[in-house]
Design a binder for this molecule. Sequence first.
Ligand code: NAD
Length: 250
Amino acid sequence: MGLLKDKFAIVTGAASARGLGKATAKAFADHGATIAILDLDAGAAEAAAADLGHGHIGLACNVVDKTACEAAVERLIEAWGRVDVLVNNAGITQPLKIMEIAPENYDAVTDVNLRGTLYMSQAVIPSMRAQKSGAIVNLSSVSAQRGGGIFGGPHYSAAKAGVLGLTKAMARELAPDNVRVNSICPGFIATDITAGKLSEAQHRMVLDGIPMGRAGEASDVAGCALFLASDLSAYCTGTEVDVNGGSLIH
Ligand code: NAD
């Protein structure tokens, strides 16, 4: 299968071994894409890219740093000539209650999840516009839709709700240039973002709230990202797709 044959794709935050970004990068590579993994640590990003096979690139890029985002994309355009897909996956969360959120907590969580999505998108948009094609996929969360998910605090919900608004506004503005922008709202997916951080009772309570009766797998999210990145979703823009085992049917 080659849903992304001859396409060039950037996935941010994809160095985490069991994470959604790595699974997405792997699914894209399996479908013929050439991948750049952007993450905080150069060595980890390079190792993750090498895991995908030959010809993929790993780069250090803190998505909160606008200059770093621009430099990474410039380098990739030099190497590839174009960027077809951007997945804004880099994200962090913190399990805080409303009164516990200190200014630095607010800054950290809104910056990586929301500012990072804006900066990376701004870095790729000029070339996508010029080539009159592109797909941007943003990782939001069920936490944005239901006011708190499993783990993240209110600042995380707010940042991920911001991602939904940003997605829709970018989709509207970029549609005339055939650049599509969509978001994914994962529910409870077993990755390192929550690994070992939930008690047995919390874990049971989470599973009880999922009609499909299981936590999601990273590959469940990767499949959705592949759909949104490829021409299978050619007429979808501004959408938010739930990947949550039915936990928010409404
Ligand atoms: P993860 O913690 O496994 O991986 C996140 C990656 O982002 C890490 O490799 C980390 O180094 C990188 N990162 C953090 N800050 C960065 C920065 N400033 N610049 C570049 N990279 C940075 O997380 P995950 O579970 O794979 O989550 C991926 C995305 O999906 C996140 O945006 C998360 O909020 C979202 N999400 C996850 C779940 C879940 O249940 N796992 C649910 C809903 C949404």
